[in-house]
Design a protein. Structure first.
Length: 159
């Protein structure tokens, strides 16, 4: 089991329904959740907060500030660059500078939870869904049922 004490997840998505569904799923699993409707609001939130989120789920296509710009600016900030950022997108995307993982929409609860566990409690179960692939930087893991739910990790996981 993941120890959820004090772990806040930030959900950044302009679609109110997508944001509500993801936040609801995370809350039901015991996470504290914060949300923002665009990259600018999220960036201001993480840069001014004394406590950073444990992980950020980030949509790419949003008004005011898109996810691409948020990623670039977040990775330039010495404090924020340490936070894992998982991109959630409907676009076909397998690589994105600054993203720690990419999940394709529609999101699957089992894949979301496996991704959370992978970044927030990797020592407890390093391969929670039996994903296939080489472990390491820049490798793609694919669940046996299909490539549409691949998880691509861009940097080493937290110890």
């Amino acid at each position: 089991m993941i120890n959820l004490a004090g772990k806040v997840v930030l959900v950044v998505d302009d679609d109110p329904l997508a944001r509500q569904l993801l936040c609801g799923l995370l809350r039901r699993r015991g996470y504290q959740v914060d949300s923002s409707e665009n990259g600018l609001a999220a960036l201001r939130k993480v840069q001014t907060s004394s406590d950073l989120p444990a992980l950020i789920f980030l949509d790419l296509v949003m008004p005011i500030m898109d996810g691409y710009t948020f990623l670039r600016l977040a990775r330039e900030d010495p404090r924020v660059k340490k936070v894992p950022i998982v991109v959630t997108t409907a676009e076909l995307c397998t690589e994105l500078p600054g993203a720690d993982a990419i999940l394709n929409k529609p999101l699957k609860p089992a894949i979301l939870m496996a991704t959370l566990q992978r970044f927030l409690a990797p020592a407890e179960n390093p391969n929670p869904l039996g994903l296939h692939g080489n472990k390491g930087l820049g490798r793609t893991y694919r669940h046996p049922i299909g490539p549409a739910i691949s998880i691509t990790h861009k940097r080493p996981l937290r110890p």
